[in-house]
Design a protein around this ligand. Structure first.
Ligand SMILES: CC(C)=CCC/C(C)=C/CC/C(C)=C/CC/C(C)=C/[C@@H]1[C@@H](COP(=O)(O)OP(=O)(O)O)[C@]1(C)CC/C=C(\C)CC/C=C(\C)CCC=C(C)C
Ligand SMILES: [Mn+2]
Length: 416
């Protein structure tokens, strides 16, 4: 296990020196990204060279050789004259495949890690513990439901998740926090540069140092982190979503990415026979399900900020418009619209549930607990008679306590 050493400079900036990425741990196996994978059903490719036939993910072995530096944008590149239309699902699918393929690779080489030889300074380990403790506090303060799940993890995994949580929360705060009105795309570019530094072992502050340590210990790739920042860019420039395809991409950026970041921490069970890709797909589905649920819970709150994270075409089909949302009246039209949205979110939860059994045994319970707890929010919206304008669907203490044994029972099921 590599140990990161915290070094505090006189200016109290923090940097870490990390050893190289550990060799692949429990259950992180390589598999051919083209094998045993089912493609999303609605692949549309109007490419005049293939007469509209489905195409394989368009990444090449070069993508995998260059340290995994690919982006969603690469999915959209067409040679002159080509007309390629990819659904968001397909673009995200490509990223998932790449993540699955990369998981067994050493994501960093000694060339791109700007590290000095490890020098143990007195107190460095306790500084790192302090950094993780700050991440712990942030997670406990802001994410009561997820926090409960993390308490069921092994100590090493739990603090890695806290470090990811703290980074995600800070990223979200940039566009949702008190200084959001001052945040520009340039500020997000700077945040992304800082992210690159974290992955090079040059963190800027304590919280970054915890994440730098985490990514040096687990085979976590930078791409989902970059994509989350892209989601925040989207939040700066967009407050309406034409259709589910647009919303899907947003949900991937801000939450599906968390699923992809988490799998290398959670670990895949060594006895799992599932393909790595299918496990990543399940993790993506859980992130999407969580964000869709979040959106349905927060309709009123978002509307008060002028935001509507609901597919405009589906609203119109239901005979609804933004004005109905701003009016905040629960009507039969609204109820039937909400029923369909809830049904869709539940499908994503169902897809993700199958993947939980493939995780390492120590991770199944916490993930299942967070899944059960979050899914209950949908039940609560129903119990509130679909009034998500003025009521916040929260799972009560009793519901939370009950979810734990239910999740425990479900998580005892080993990989099929
Ligand atoms: C195979 C399989 C099923 C594996 C499991 C993979 C896994 C652990 C998936 C979980 C994914 C997850 C927890 C997604 C939720 C992410 C989330 C809450 C995103 C929020 C985005 C924006 O929301 P919004 O602004 O609408 O809402 P707020 O009102 O502001 O909350 C985020 C806020 C983006 C930033 C993300 C985070 C702060 C959360 C990161 C969460 C974790 C690292 C916790 C994962 C831990 C467990 C135990 C599931
Ligand atoms: Mn937010």
């Amino acid at each position: 296990m590599s140990v990161a050493l915290l070094v505090i400079s006189p200016t109290s900036e923090v940097s870490t020196k990390t050893g190289f990425l550990d060799s692949i741990r429990e259950g992180n196996r390589f598999s051919d990204p083209f094998k045993s994978v089912s493609r999303p059903k609605n692949l549309v490719c109007n490419n005049r060279f293939n007469n509209g036939q489905n195409i394989r993910p368009n990444y090449t072995s070069m993508d995998l050789k260059n340290g995994g530096r690919f982006s969603l944008k690469s999915s959209m590149v067409a040679s002159p004259g080509d007309e390629v239309t990819l659904s968001s699902e397909q673009k995200v699918y490509d990223v998932v495949m790449k993540q699955a393929a990369l998981v067994k690779r050493e994501l960093k080489s000694s060339d791109n890690m700007e590290v000095n030889p490890d020098i143990a300074l007195p107190g460095s380990v306790s500084l790192l513990s302090e950094a993780y403790e700050r991440c712990h506090e942030i997670c406990a303060e802001y994410a009561k439901t997820f926090y409960l799940g993390t308490l069921l993890m092994t100590p090493e995994r739990r603090r890695a998740i806290w470090a990811i949580y703290a980074w995600g929360r800070r990223t979200d705060e940039l566009v949702d926090g008190p200084n959001a009105s001052h945040i520009t795309p340039t500020a997000l570019n700077r945040w992304e540069a800082r992210l690159e530094d974290i992955f090079k072992g040059r963190p800027f502050d304590m919280l970054d140092a915890a994440l730098a340590d985490t990514v040096s210990k687990f085979p976590v790739d930078i791409q989902p982190f970059r994509d989350m920042i892209e989601g925040m860019r989207m939040d700066l420039s967009k407050s309406r979503y034409k259709n589910f395809d647009e919303l899907y991409l947003y949900c991937y950026y801000v939450s599906g990415t968390v699923g992809l970041m988490s799998v290398p921490i959670m670990g895949i069970a060594p006895e799992s026979k599932a393909t790595t890709e299918s496990v990543y797909n399940a993790a993506l589905a859980l992130g999407l399900a969580n964000q869709l649920t979040n959106i349905l819970r927060d309709v009123g709150e978002d509307a008060r900020r002028g935001r509507v994270y609901l597919p405009q075409d589906e609203l119109a089909q239901a005979g609804l418009s933004d004005d109905d949302i701003f009016a905040g009246k629960v009507t039969d039209k609204w109820r039937s619209f909400m029923k369909k949205q809830i049904e869709r979110a539940r499908k994503f939860f169902d897809d993700s549930e199958k993947g939980v059994a493939e995780l390492s045994s120590a991770s199944r319970w916490p993930v299942m607990a967070s899944l059960v707890l979050y899914r209950e929010i949908l039940d609560q919206i129903e119990a509130n008679d679909y009034n998500n304008f003025t009521k916040i669907a929260n799972v009560g203490k009793a519901g939370k306590i009950l979810a734990l044994p239910i999740a425990y029972g479900k998580s005892l099921v080993p990989p099929p």
